[in-house]
Design a protein around this ligand. Structure first.
Ligand code: UD1
Length: 372
């Protein structure tokens, strides 16, 4: 059975790495990897960390690329790869433009599609934009849906996907996290924690990531204003690795570039990021993956979005949706920093998103499908 895993951005690479490694050591499977490189630098960091050498690298990223241009380049350059590798299955993960276009292209060539992290929905086509539609496109083309949770499975059933085409596997992000969190903390993370006084002066670390398209403009500015105010407490250190998208870089540096107790960093490699997350008191994020990872460390996360496709974490009490209103962000963060019982209630390490064994379940299901 020939399986081609296709991915393009940093989070897809993190989540597919355990699957790619499992495929590679499974008898009877010929595994190939194609990266669209929708992200260049951020993707390469993860490929190095997980020691993955792609068989095909489309190298598509352009500075400030539009969705249309990126999609057109994937359409043009992926088809020859499918013709050359001749996969029985194409695996995609999540909801980026790489995922939607790849799933459609595989369908055009009558190749089976497996969708990892299937069934996440907000049911609002504009939030997140364009991810909600990207994952629905992958959903209608997929032959096998690897749902991370029961909730995701129920979303798929409600859309008419037959139960036999769904496997609840957990999310392989937790597989990846276990591997990385067990490695020693890299010097870069240790040095930063020491410099900021997190180890020595009892300062508390707030880790921030924010880069969603629907937050570009005023919402992102409001997030930054809230961070400036929180930094004014003086007893916290805010660390914000800033995504390379120019729509993120510009406002973040303008508003926070010279604020005391705020450290703006280039995007971090996954290994130091995970080790900072482990040591954080609080995470503020609009990212998807970090909503899944912070609960694994018992670190409360405030979600800087109006809706989430990961309500399991909100229900479990480890995530809280706060949106992008500055006053609300500051109020909720202050509450957790000042009220020990409110903090303790959120800091319980119950992770609804997986147990670290998603990748073997995904590969087992792929194999059993071909024997049906
Ligand atoms: C993309 C995904 C989003 C995912 C995010 C994770 C889409 C539509 N969006 O958003 O779902 O959450 O990745 O990070 O697929 N850039 C670099 N170097 C890099 C990466 C990005 O310079 O390594 C810059 C480039 O100018 C690029 C821009 O960031 O044009 C935007 O990248 P793009 O992949 O289009 O969108 P993201 O905002 O990263």
């Amino acid at each position: 059975m020939r399986v081609l895993s296709v991915f393009g951005t940093r989070p897809e690479a993190v989540k597919m790495a355990p699957v790619v490694h499992t495929l590679a050591r499974t008898a009877g499977i010929v595994s190939g990897v194609c990266v669209t490189a929708q992200h260049r630098q951020m993707l390469d960091q993860v490929l190095n960390l997980f020691d993955i050498s792609p068989d095909y690298d489309l190298d598509l990223m352009r500075e400030n690329q539009s969705l249309a241009e990126l999609s057109a380049r994937i359409f043009r350059d992926l088809d020859p790869v499918l013709a050359n590798f001749k996969p029985d299955w194409v695996l995609v993960q999540g909801d980026t433009t790489t995922v939607a276009i790849t799933a459609l292209m595989a369908y055009y060539r009558r190749i089976r599609v497996g969708h990892v992290e299937a069934g996440l929905r907000t049911h609002d086509k504009w939030q997140p934009f364009p991810e909600e539609i990207n994952r629905r496109v992958a959903g209608v083309t997929a032959d096998l849906h690897f749902a991370p949770t029961e909730w995701a499975r129920r979303n798929l059933l409600a859309e008419g996907v037959p139960d036999s085409a769904i496997a609840v596997t957990g999310n392989p992000v937790i597989d990846a996290l276990h591997v990385v969190a067990n490695q020693p903390a890299p010097q870069e993370a240790a040095d930063l924690l020491e410099k900021l006084g997190i180890e020595s002066d009892g300062k508390r670390l707030i880790l921030v990531t924010a880069h969603r398209r629907e937050n570009f403009g005023q919402p992102l500015e409001d997030i930054c204003t809230a961070l400036r105010e929180l930094a004014g407490r003086g007893d916290v250190e805010i660390v914000y690795p800033v995504h390379l998208n120019p729509n993120v870089q510009e406002p973040v540096w303008r508003i926070l570039g010279s604020v005391p107790h705020v450290s703006l960093l280039p995007p971090l490699d996954y290994l130091p990021l995970v080790h900072l997350m482990k040591r954080a008191t609080l995470v503020l994020t609009d990212s998807g993956g970090i909503q899944e990872e912070a609960p694994a460390f018992g670190v409360p996360a405030l979600v800087l979005r109006e809706v989430t496709e990961r309500p399991e974490g909100v229900e479990a009490g480890v995530l809280k949706l706060v949106g992008t209103d500055s006053r609300l962000i500051v109020r909720e963060a202050n509450r957790l920093l000042d009220d020990a019982s409110a903090y303790a209630a959120m800091a319980k390490a119950v992770n609804p998103f997986g147990d670290g064994r998603a990748a073997p379940r995904i590969v087992e299901r792929l194999k059993s499908f071909s024997q049906e």
